[in-house]
Ligand binder design. Structure first.
Ligand code: PRP
Ligand code: URA
Length: 213
């Protein structure tokens, strides 16, 4: 079955990703395995998400002669939304070792579901970087919208958002607020429950990553 589509959203469809997302959802998956899966899925998604990165020509001296090669032409910044976004950094950095890493601290108030901001630090000048905002969960969209607002206020102009599981309400809210930011997801789920959790989802990503519950 082809992945569901929605304007602004790309669901990255690959057997390895589908396999690993199923393991991630499983309530029996340990915190250690959960961490590894989040990292691996983020790495697999990176191949597709970076497809449009600009390269520039370089000369490479092989052991035999000089030839032409290419290198990534843009500074890249990964910006995990704390806490759960941290789990996606390592897998991507393994593929893009020169990437700089910023941090946006936000948590969702359990009663109001509104994002509460507590930390912001990203590479400067922001306008020089291609930003990849990272968070496993796009639920109501409040956290991702607030994070993108903060990034834009800091001067970022070129932003993509990589999440693992997206809910319809979150995608609709995020793309309405930030139509210029493409959203990539590994899975597009059915709905939110009354507490704002994604169904079928995978539970609380931060707690499962860090073993806090
Ligand atoms: C989770 C998740 C997102 C947010 C998504 O973080 O990692 O940041 O909820 O929900 P939303 O789309 O409705 O805003 P949480 O607030 O639980 O913080 P944590 O990562 O520190 O646990
Ligand atoms: N945050 C999570 O960690 N999980 C959800 O299902 C929704 C928001």
């Amino acid at each position: 079955m082809p992945p569901p589509t929605r304007p602004g959203l790309t669901v990255i469809d690959h057997p390895l990703i589908r396999h690993k997302v199923a393991l991630l959802r499983d309530a029996r998956t340990s915190s250690r395995d959960f961490k590894q899966l989040v990292s691996e899925i983020a790495a697999l998604m990176t191949y597709e998400v970076t497809r449009d990165l600009l390269t520039e020509p370089i000369e490479v001296v092989t052991p035999l002669e000089t030839t032409k090669g290419e290198q990534i032409a843009r500074k890249i910044a990964l910006v995990p939304i704390l806490r759960a976004g941290l789990g996606m950094v390592e897998g991507i950095v393994q593929l893009i070792p020169n990437a700089r890493v910023g941090h946006i601290g936000l948590y969702r108030d359990h009663k109001t579901l509104q994002p509460v901001s507590y930390y912001f630090k990203v590479p400067t000048p922001a306008a020089d970087h291609r930003f990849f905002m990272l968070d496993p969960m796009l639920a109501t969209g409040g956290s991702a919208i607030a994070a993108a607002n903060e990034l834009k206020q800091a001067g970022a102009r070129d932003i993509s958002f990589i999440c693992l599981v997206a809910a319809p309400a979150g995608v609709a809210a995020f793309t309405a607020a930030h139509a210029d930011i493409p959203v990539y997801a590994a899975a597009y789920d059915r709905e939110l429950n009354s507490l704002g959790y994604i169904l079928p989802g995978l539970g609380d990503a931060g707690d499962r990553l860090f073993g806090t519950k």
